[in-house]
Design a binder for this molecule. Sequence first.
Ligand SMILES: [Zn+2]
Ligand SMILES: [Zn+2]
Length: 274
Amino acid sequence: MPKFFDLYDVKLLPVRISTAIFVMEDSHRLFLQAFMTHYVMYTKEVKEHFAMALKRFGGDYELGSFVITINENIKPLNLEIRKGISEKTGNHCYCLVNASENHGILKQSSDYTVNELEYFKKLVGEIAKSPEGSISSVDALNQVDKLENVKMSKKMAQDLIDRFQKDLWIISDVNEGHISLDTRCILELGHYLKDTYEDFIVNCEMCKQICLQGQSCGSCRAKLHHHCAARCFRNRDSPKCPASGCGAPWPYEQPERVEPSQQPTQNQGRKRRR
Ligand SMILES: [Zn+2]
Ligand SMILES: [Zn+2]
């Protein structure tokens, strides 16, 4: 007489369970379509698309598990919806990223040629290594001279920068004259940045996400996003570095009160005079 488990291949059980949990319905597909068009959406927009999908196709879902179901289904395509925070605005957002081998766009892109990606990689590297998390627009254009085996004019580089910005990879701030990485880029290339530039990439002491543009402690490696610093030091007269074992006076003045939609940019959170 065979035992119960001999009759069933127990290895199949987890598969059966997972397909039962992660079945994509039409509501998931509609929601995913919005990401295919926008790539990055702030939480408010995401909630609107989620509500729209449920209203149209029904279902009793909670946003978190809804996204997990989609992620399980798009994993074979190396796609993933990741949650992050915009360094520029401090607003939470969701982003559809290429999760392949953690090199995302740098390895696979139908939008850019190999040479164009070489230039992009150069920009990403220079920005990652800069203490401010940004480089000047002039510096960005000058990187074409440092490309190996790639010939590119500055005019071509400028056109490319415009395209990278339009596709939400970088932010080119014309008023400040500097270029930084957009949230899509940080979320998609997070592992790549940490692996390749481990001596330069630091996580924010508050939100524990990668911090490129932010405030740095003068005594240790600690960094805080501008919006995280504003929250951390709100109503504190003499803010101190939150890193364990440091506690040095925090060398920035914080704006009085900060709403998430009017977060400080480079200029705000000014460095205190010593
Ligand atoms: Zn932070
Ligand atoms: Zn410190």
